[in-house]
Design a protein around this ligand. Sequence first.
Ligand SMILES: [Zn+2]
Length: 330
Amino acid sequence: MAPPAQPCAKLRLKPNVHCLVGGAAGRVEGDMIRTSTGKMKDVMIRGMAAGGQVRAFAAYTRGVAEKARASHDLSPVVCAALGRLLTAGALMGWMLKGRGDILTLKVEGDGPVGALTVTADALGRVKGYANHPQAMLPASPAGKLDVGGIVGAGTLSVICDLGLKEPYVGQTALVNGEIAEDLAYYYAASEQTPSCVALGVLMNKNNTVRHAGGFILQLMPEAGEDVVALLEKNVNALPPVTHLLCEGLDVKGILERALEGLDLQITEEGPVRFACSCSRRRVEKALLGISRSDLEELAAEGKPLEVCCHFCGKKYMVDAGELLVPMAGL
Ligand SMILES: [Zn+2]
Protein backbone atom coordinates (compact mmCIF):
# COMPACT_ATOMS: atom_id res chain seq x y z
CA MET A 1 0.00 0.00 0.00
CA ALA A 2 2.92 2.39 -0.54
CA PRO A 3 1.66 5.77 -1.77
CA PRO A 4 2.75 6.86 -5.23
CA ALA A 5 4.95 9.90 -5.76
CA GLN A 6 2.04 11.72 -7.39
CA PRO A 7 -1.10 11.44 -5.27
CA CYS A 8 -3.57 12.33 -7.97
CA ALA A 9 -3.88 10.50 -11.25
CA LYS A 10 -5.42 13.19 -13.41
CA LEU A 11 -4.63 16.43 -11.60
CA ARG A 12 -0.95 17.31 -11.74
CA LEU A 13 -0.71 19.37 -8.59
CA LYS A 14 2.22 20.46 -6.55
CA PRO A 15 2.80 17.82 -3.87
CA ASN A 16 1.71 20.01 -0.97
CA VAL A 17 -1.49 21.47 -2.33
CA HIS A 18 -2.25 23.25 0.93
CA CYS A 19 1.07 25.11 0.92
CA LEU A 20 0.85 27.34 -2.14
CA VAL A 21 1.87 30.99 -2.84
CA GLY A 22 -0.05 34.10 -3.99
CA GLY A 23 -1.17 37.70 -3.79
CA ALA A 24 -4.19 39.63 -2.64
CA ALA A 25 -7.63 39.42 -4.15
CA GLY A 26 -10.95 41.18 -3.77
CA ARG A 27 -12.99 40.20 -0.77
CA VAL A 28 -16.32 38.60 -1.56
CA GLU A 29 -18.92 39.20 1.11
CA GLY A 30 -21.52 36.51 1.53
CA ASP A 31 -24.80 37.47 3.18
CA MET A 32 -24.61 34.71 5.74
CA ILE A 33 -20.91 34.06 5.93
CA ARG A 34 -20.01 36.99 8.17
CA THR A 35 -21.60 38.10 11.40
CA SER A 36 -22.69 41.72 11.83
CA THR A 37 -19.34 42.46 13.45
CA GLY A 38 -17.59 41.39 10.26
CA LYS A 39 -16.07 38.30 11.87
CA MET A 40 -16.35 35.13 9.83
CA LYS A 41 -18.55 32.46 11.30
CA ASP A 42 -18.32 28.72 10.79
CA VAL A 43 -20.03 27.76 7.56
CA MET A 44 -19.87 25.32 4.66
CA ILE A 45 -20.71 26.02 1.04
CA ARG A 46 -20.95 23.78 -1.99
CA GLY A 47 -21.11 24.56 -5.66
CA MET A 48 -20.25 23.55 -9.18
CA ALA A 49 -17.97 24.95 -11.83
CA ALA A 50 -17.39 24.53 -15.56
CA GLY A 51 -21.00 23.51 -16.09
CA GLY A 52 -20.82 20.64 -13.59
CA GLN A 53 -17.40 19.31 -14.58
CA VAL A 54 -16.04 20.30 -11.16
CA ARG A 55 -17.69 19.87 -7.76
CA ALA A 56 -16.56 22.28 -5.06
CA PHE A 57 -16.91 22.30 -1.28
CA ALA A 58 -15.44 24.74 1.22
CA ALA A 59 -15.67 25.27 4.97
CA TYR A 60 -14.69 27.85 7.55
CA THR A 61 -14.19 25.98 10.84
CA ARG A 62 -12.45 28.23 13.35
CA GLY A 63 -15.18 27.56 15.95
CA VAL A 64 -15.04 23.79 15.35
CA ALA A 65 -11.25 23.65 15.75
CA GLU A 66 -11.29 25.96 18.79
CA LYS A 67 -14.00 23.85 20.47
CA ALA A 68 -11.89 20.72 19.85
CA ARG A 69 -8.81 22.47 21.23
CA ALA A 70 -10.59 23.65 24.38
CA SER A 71 -12.45 20.35 24.97
CA HIS A 72 -9.37 18.17 24.66
CA ASP A 73 -6.65 20.64 25.74
CA LEU A 74 -4.84 20.03 22.44
CA SER A 75 -1.25 21.08 21.85
CA PRO A 76 -0.93 23.52 18.91
CA VAL A 77 0.40 20.89 16.49
CA VAL A 78 -2.28 18.35 17.47
CA CYS A 79 -4.89 21.10 17.13
CA ALA A 80 -3.63 21.75 13.60
CA ALA A 81 -3.77 18.04 12.73
CA LEU A 82 -7.18 17.42 14.27
CA GLY A 83 -8.54 20.74 12.99
CA ARG A 84 -7.63 19.78 9.42
CA LEU A 85 -9.26 16.37 9.84
CA LEU A 86 -12.38 17.92 11.41
CA THR A 87 -12.70 20.31 8.46
CA ALA A 88 -12.37 17.48 5.95
CA GLY A 89 -14.76 15.30 7.96
CA ALA A 90 -17.39 18.03 8.08
CA LEU A 91 -17.20 18.53 4.29
CA MET A 92 -17.21 14.80 3.53
CA GLY A 93 -20.08 14.22 5.95
CA TRP A 94 -22.04 16.96 4.18
CA MET A 95 -21.53 15.06 0.91
CA LEU A 96 -23.49 12.12 2.35
CA LYS A 97 -27.07 11.98 1.19
CA GLY A 98 -29.13 10.61 4.06
CA ARG A 99 -29.91 12.49 7.28
CA GLY A 100 -28.84 9.48 9.36
CA ASP A 101 -25.64 8.77 7.40
CA ILE A 102 -22.43 8.94 9.42
CA LEU A 103 -18.89 9.38 8.14
CA THR A 104 -15.82 8.48 10.20
CA LEU A 105 -12.24 9.39 9.29
CA LYS A 106 -9.45 7.60 11.09
CA VAL A 107 -5.81 8.56 10.68
CA GLU A 108 -3.58 5.97 12.29
CA GLY A 109 0.10 6.80 12.09
CA ASP A 110 3.25 5.87 13.97
CA GLY A 111 3.92 9.47 15.04
CA PRO A 112 3.58 10.87 18.60
CA VAL A 113 -0.15 11.73 18.28
CA GLY A 114 -1.15 8.08 17.75
CA ALA A 115 -4.55 8.05 16.04
CA LEU A 116 -6.94 10.86 15.11
CA THR A 117 -10.65 10.06 14.85
CA VAL A 118 -13.36 12.31 13.41
CA THR A 119 -17.06 11.57 12.95
CA ALA A 120 -19.47 13.76 11.01
CA ASP A 121 -23.04 13.61 9.80
CA ALA A 122 -24.80 15.05 6.76
CA LEU A 123 -26.11 18.03 8.78
CA GLY A 124 -22.79 19.70 9.57
CA ARG A 125 -22.27 18.16 13.01
CA VAL A 126 -18.70 17.00 13.52
CA LYS A 127 -16.65 15.76 16.47
CA GLY A 128 -13.24 14.23 16.95
CA TYR A 129 -10.37 13.40 19.24
CA ALA A 130 -6.68 12.58 19.27
CA ASN A 131 -5.20 9.64 21.16
CA HIS A 132 -2.39 11.80 22.55
CA PRO A 133 -3.83 15.33 22.68
CA GLN A 134 -0.73 16.93 24.13
CA ALA A 135 1.85 15.39 21.80
CA MET A 136 4.38 17.95 20.63
CA LEU A 137 7.14 18.33 18.08
CA PRO A 138 9.35 21.36 17.41
CA ALA A 139 8.09 23.62 14.63
CA SER A 140 9.88 23.48 11.28
CA PRO A 141 12.65 26.07 10.65
CA ALA A 142 10.04 28.14 8.77
CA GLY A 143 7.90 28.13 11.90
CA LYS A 144 5.30 25.70 10.56
CA LEU A 145 3.56 23.21 12.81
CA ASP A 146 4.86 19.74 11.92
CA VAL A 147 1.55 17.95 11.29
CA GLY A 148 3.18 15.30 9.08
CA GLY A 149 5.71 14.56 11.80
CA ILE A 150 3.19 14.30 14.62
CA VAL A 151 1.04 11.90 12.52
CA GLY A 152 3.85 9.80 10.99
CA ALA A 153 3.42 6.95 8.52
CA GLY A 154 0.33 4.79 8.53
CA THR A 155 -3.16 4.54 7.13
CA LEU A 156 -6.24 6.67 6.48
CA SER A 157 -9.60 4.93 6.82
CA VAL A 158 -12.88 6.34 5.57
CA ILE A 159 -15.91 4.63 7.05
CA CYS A 160 -19.36 5.52 5.67
CA ASP A 161 -22.27 4.20 7.68
CA LEU A 162 -25.24 4.63 5.37
CA GLY A 163 -27.60 2.61 7.56
CA LEU A 164 -26.98 -0.53 5.53
CA LYS A 165 -26.00 -3.88 7.02
CA GLU A 166 -22.28 -3.22 6.65
CA PRO A 167 -20.61 0.19 6.57
CA TYR A 168 -18.48 1.07 3.53
CA VAL A 169 -14.80 1.12 4.49
CA GLY A 170 -12.03 2.51 2.28
CA GLN A 171 -8.41 2.51 3.39
CA THR A 172 -5.26 3.97 1.84
CA ALA A 173 -1.70 4.57 3.01
CA LEU A 174 -0.88 8.04 4.32
CA VAL A 175 1.11 10.04 1.75
CA ASN A 176 2.82 12.39 4.21
CA GLY A 177 0.51 12.68 7.24
CA GLU A 178 -0.36 16.30 6.38
CA ILE A 179 -4.04 15.20 6.03
CA ALA A 180 -4.88 17.17 2.83
CA GLU A 181 -2.62 15.15 0.52
CA ASP A 182 -3.62 11.96 2.31
CA LEU A 183 -7.27 12.65 1.50
CA ALA A 184 -6.51 13.65 -2.11
CA TYR A 185 -4.70 10.35 -2.51
CA TYR A 186 -7.60 8.47 -0.90
CA TYR A 187 -10.04 10.02 -3.40
CA ALA A 188 -7.81 9.20 -6.36
CA ALA A 189 -6.88 5.67 -5.30
CA SER A 190 -9.99 4.46 -3.53
CA GLU A 191 -12.80 6.36 -5.24
CA GLN A 192 -11.13 7.08 -8.60
CA THR A 193 -12.06 10.76 -8.19
CA PRO A 194 -9.22 13.18 -8.96
CA SER A 195 -9.48 15.75 -6.18
CA CYS A 196 -7.73 18.74 -4.80
CA VAL A 197 -7.87 18.98 -1.02
CA ALA A 198 -6.60 22.04 0.86
CA LEU A 199 -6.86 22.30 4.65
CA GLY A 200 -5.34 24.73 7.11
CA VAL A 201 -5.35 25.73 10.77
CA LEU A 202 -3.59 28.86 12.01
CA MET A 203 -2.94 29.30 15.74
CA ASN A 204 -2.73 32.54 17.70
CA LYS A 205 0.29 33.26 19.88
CA ASN A 206 -1.78 32.30 22.96
CA ASN A 207 -2.43 28.89 21.37
CA THR A 208 -6.09 29.48 20.52
CA VAL A 209 -7.28 29.00 16.93
CA ARG A 210 -7.08 32.08 14.72
CA HIS A 211 -8.36 30.57 11.48
CA ALA A 212 -9.33 27.12 10.23
CA GLY A 213 -10.85 26.00 6.99
CA GLY A 214 -10.38 24.24 3.73
CA PHE A 215 -11.84 23.10 0.46
CA ILE A 216 -12.30 20.00 -1.67
CA LEU A 217 -12.51 20.25 -5.46
CA GLN A 218 -13.43 17.15 -7.44
CA LEU A 219 -13.20 16.50 -11.15
CA MET A 220 -16.19 14.72 -12.58
CA PRO A 221 -15.45 11.90 -15.06
CA GLU A 222 -16.58 14.05 -18.01
CA ALA A 223 -14.17 16.91 -17.18
CA GLY A 224 -12.38 18.15 -20.30
CA GLU A 225 -8.62 18.64 -20.62
CA ASP A 226 -9.00 22.44 -20.77
CA VAL A 227 -10.88 22.43 -17.46
CA VAL A 228 -8.24 20.18 -15.88
CA ALA A 229 -5.45 22.46 -17.15
CA LEU A 230 -7.07 25.65 -15.84
CA LEU A 231 -7.86 24.08 -12.47
CA GLU A 232 -4.25 22.91 -12.13
CA LYS A 233 -2.97 26.36 -13.00
CA ASN A 234 -5.28 28.05 -10.48
CA VAL A 235 -4.63 25.64 -7.64
CA ASN A 236 -0.87 25.56 -8.13
CA ALA A 237 -0.82 29.37 -7.90
CA LEU A 238 -3.01 29.51 -4.78
CA PRO A 239 -1.55 30.42 -1.37
CA PRO A 240 -2.31 28.21 1.65
CA VAL A 241 -5.88 28.43 2.91
CA THR A 242 -4.75 30.15 6.12
CA HIS A 243 -3.02 32.89 4.05
CA LEU A 244 -6.22 33.44 2.05
CA LEU A 245 -8.23 33.68 5.28
CA CYS A 246 -5.71 36.16 6.71
CA GLU A 247 -6.06 38.20 3.51
CA GLY A 248 -9.73 38.50 4.42
CA LEU A 249 -11.21 36.08 1.92
CA ASP A 250 -14.20 34.04 3.05
CA VAL A 251 -15.11 30.55 1.83
CA LYS A 252 -16.82 31.93 -1.27
CA GLY A 253 -13.86 34.14 -2.07
CA ILE A 254 -11.48 31.20 -1.70
CA LEU A 255 -13.50 29.01 -4.07
CA GLU A 256 -13.73 31.88 -6.55
CA ARG A 257 -9.95 32.15 -6.50
CA ALA A 258 -9.44 28.39 -6.90
CA LEU A 259 -12.00 28.22 -9.70
CA GLU A 260 -11.22 31.51 -11.45
CA GLY A 261 -12.34 31.38 -15.08
CA LEU A 262 -14.42 28.27 -14.44
CA ASP A 263 -17.76 29.94 -13.71
CA LEU A 264 -18.33 28.92 -10.09
CA GLN A 265 -21.97 28.58 -9.04
CA ILE A 266 -22.65 28.28 -5.31
CA THR A 267 -25.62 25.96 -4.84
CA GLU A 268 -25.92 25.59 -1.09
CA GLU A 269 -24.77 26.97 2.22
CA GLY A 270 -24.99 25.08 5.49
CA PRO A 271 -23.98 25.28 9.14
CA VAL A 272 -21.03 23.41 10.64
CA ARG A 273 -20.38 22.93 14.35
CA PHE A 274 -18.56 20.73 16.81
CA ALA A 275 -21.35 18.64 18.34
CA CYS A 276 -21.35 15.47 20.39
CA SER A 277 -24.32 13.17 20.87
CA CYS A 278 -23.22 11.80 24.23
CA SER A 279 -25.63 11.92 27.17
CA ARG A 280 -25.96 10.49 30.67
CA ARG A 281 -28.50 8.02 29.30
CA ARG A 282 -26.05 6.75 26.68
CA VAL A 283 -23.27 6.48 29.22
CA GLU A 284 -25.52 4.52 31.61
CA LYS A 285 -26.60 2.26 28.75
CA ALA A 286 -22.98 1.54 27.88
CA LEU A 287 -22.20 0.80 31.53
CA LEU A 288 -24.97 -1.78 31.65
CA GLY A 289 -22.54 -3.93 29.63
CA ILE A 290 -20.54 -4.34 32.86
CA SER A 291 -21.40 -7.55 34.69
CA ARG A 292 -23.76 -7.40 37.66
CA SER A 293 -21.12 -8.71 40.04
CA ASP A 294 -18.64 -6.01 38.97
CA LEU A 295 -21.31 -3.34 39.41
CA GLU A 296 -22.13 -4.70 42.86
CA GLU A 297 -18.47 -4.54 43.76
CA LEU A 298 -18.25 -0.94 42.55
CA ALA A 299 -21.46 -0.03 44.39
CA ALA A 300 -20.07 -1.58 47.60
CA GLU A 301 -17.00 0.63 47.30
CA GLY A 302 -19.41 3.57 47.25
CA LYS A 303 -17.29 5.60 44.84
CA PRO A 304 -18.98 7.11 41.79
CA LEU A 305 -17.69 5.99 38.41
CA GLU A 306 -16.16 8.73 36.31
CA VAL A 307 -16.82 8.21 32.63
CA CYS A 308 -15.27 10.58 30.11
CA CYS A 309 -16.62 10.95 26.55
CA HIS A 310 -13.77 10.39 24.09
CA PHE A 311 -15.23 12.75 21.53
CA CYS A 312 -16.02 15.85 23.57
CA GLY A 313 -14.19 15.30 26.84
CA LYS A 314 -17.38 15.69 28.91
CA LYS A 315 -17.19 13.88 32.25
CA TYR A 316 -20.10 11.92 33.70
CA MET A 317 -20.23 10.79 37.32
CA VAL A 318 -22.33 7.64 37.62
CA ASP A 319 -23.36 5.88 40.81
CA ALA A 320 -22.96 2.11 40.33
CA GLY A 321 -25.74 1.53 42.87
CA GLU A 322 -28.20 3.48 40.71
CA LEU A 323 -27.33 1.31 37.72
CA LEU A 324 -28.25 -1.78 39.74
CA VAL A 325 -31.78 -0.49 40.35
CA PRO A 326 -33.09 -0.92 36.76
CA MET A 327 -31.16 -4.19 36.54
CA ALA A 328 -33.03 -5.55 39.55
CA GLY A 329 -36.20 -5.59 37.52
CA LEU A 330 -34.64 -7.67 34.71
ZN1 LIG B 1 -19.43 13.58 24.05
